[in-house]
Design a binder for this molecule. Sequence first.
Ligand code: FAD
Length: 425
Amino acid sequence: MTNETAGPGTASAEPVDIVIVGAGMVGLTTALALAGSGLQISILESRDVALERVANQLIAQQAQGYDPRVSALTCASQQILAHIGAWPAMAAARVSPYTDMDVWDGEGTGHIHFCSRELHEPALGHIVENRVTVAALLQQLAEHSNLTLRSGVQVSGLSAPLAGDQRRLTLIDGTELQAQLVIACDGALSRTRQMAGIPLLEWDYGHHAIVTTVTTEQPHQATAWQRFTDDGPLAMLPLADPHRCSLVWSTSPGHARDLQALDDDAFCQVLGQAFEYRLGAITGSDPRHCFPLRQRHAKDYVRPGIAVIGDAAHTIHPLAGQGVNLGLLDAAALADTLLTAIAQGECYGSERVLKRFERERQTSNLQMSAAMEGFKRLFNSQQPALRLARNLGMTLMNRLGPVKNHVVQQAMGLSGELPPLARRR
Ligand SMILES: Cc1cc2nc3c(=O)[nH]c(=O)nc-3n(C[C@H](O)[C@H](O)[C@H](O)COP(=O)(O)OP(=O)(O)OC[C@H]3O[C@@H](n4cnc5c(N)ncnc54)[C@H](O)[C@@H]3O)c2cc1C
């Protein structure tokens, strides 16, 4: 489907250099990564975001309950967020480093343990509430006069490429903006991607994720725990309080419905049992939320004057906690491509320039999607031969230190091709 409207730019359209649609973690990171360019950048967000409230939110974070939406941020993501100035405010508000990861097959003997000490690293990553990341990014946005946030606005139209590959965006109130480049960061159901006519490959994982914060009898030991069951993976991610974990329980839609129907006490009991009481009893649970999980991948990430990144371009199963990490790498890679093109006097909205970004990111995002699909199928399989193979494979890999370390270093964003913003200083 395309809602593109052809035609010349209107004289009344407000000129800006770049429009970013969506002020989530990826959109805000992109804006900040481009702040030094001096370009005039407008960020459009459909939610109502009051910047004045953001600073207070961060300061009061410690006193608030936990955001049910958290992300396991890799070292590469931490580097990106540090380079654009957001990490210190996040660290001051609330982040939870985890030093260990324990993964086991609930239907067999397979087990693997990762430990930051073996890698001579202080942590494998950080569990961070999405609310904290967004608030720190918004706070940082206010420091740059060339970045303008317009919240409470909806994009309703997108023109075909105009002269010089410019695009015109129409907002629902009739306002028009004309830009050299539109960056779609408007999430999984991206309207901008749809309006640009970019096709999407999409299928259902057959899983729903139950997400909440729970209290455990025993401390979590700064460990990210994951048990694979026949129905799907159950992850308990350590929060700043040693007895609080963020739960991401991926399971069949029917089982998810049954779990949602339980009262809190019954849910805690069922969860404790499903988690094999690794942290003792589950003694409390916050309200539960349920997310259907779908894999999506945009066939193209770019068109003349358009780039699509983050969840707008791809969504994957949360079992390896990589979704927003891929989005932040997209943001860093796109900013690097654009800044290099600007320095060389190229038209940064041209498809020729944008294709460089697509080549850099699409293959590795596809590889990660394929790996998540493979994991999901492997652990969902009831076939005895596959079950045996996965259990032996996990146990063998646990014993092969160098192989295991290589895998975890890739997952942490410590090795492999990384955009400059994601590298350590
Ligand atoms: C259960 C679950 C657990 C997860 N755990 C992890 C994890 O541990 N680690 C990890 O890396 N990832 C994880 N993810 C994935 C991660 O949450 C997403 O990848 C991330 O939130 C995507 O960020 P984004 O900025 O691309 O999109 P979004 O967060 O969806 O932001 C999009 C923004 O655009 C705005 N918007 C939408 N439409 C419009 C419009 N038309 N006009 C203007 N604005 C618009 C929205 O209001 C929103 O602010 C998980 C996902 C799920 C479902």
